[in-house]
Design a protein around this ligand. Sequence first.
Ligand code: GRF
Length: 192
Amino acid sequence: MKKSIGSDKIKTAVFISGTGSNLKNLIKFSFKKNSPISIKLVISNKKNAKGLKFINSKKIEKKIVNFIKQKESEKKLINLLKKRKIEFICLAGFMKILSNNFLKKFNNKIVNIHPSLLPKYKGLNTHKRVLKNNEEFSGCTVHYVTAKLDSGKIILQKKIKIDKTDKENTLRKKILKEEHKLYPRAIMKIFN
Ligand code: GRF
């Protein structure tokens, strides 16, 4: 995806469900001069998502979309995204699976970060499964979102070594730290 020279930054939406450490980090990144994206909208399917507290800028709109009736929610969401001229969507700990219809509307414009070395350990509870299998390495992956869960084209990946003493929470922390570096790097790669 190319950004034309001299054009404004890419109007971006971030979708979250929880803590939002990646959102916090992406907001910080988006304010940098050389960042290709500008975050205009944050969507959460949970009204109490902790991550919502990181939106301190008046330039960033936040919206709760509960997804209880997914079809209706997505329809409203698509309208809002079009209205705000959103060109790029970053999923960051967003726990809903978007429909094919939604994905088609934003084909190749939705990316996600996943805390494993995809294609290994798609889905939930990655750290637990990785440790149970005595893996030597784990990591994180930024990839395009397609209809098949955690299976779209990989943009960037970071590998880390697992220590013998690592537990689920220490591994999660280590990988999150890497996620915060990887997501901006992947976005730079997409637009440069
Ligand atoms: C991250 O580990 C991300 O890879 C996964 O969900 C977690 C979200 O963390 N998809 P946070 O809400 O960004 O802190």
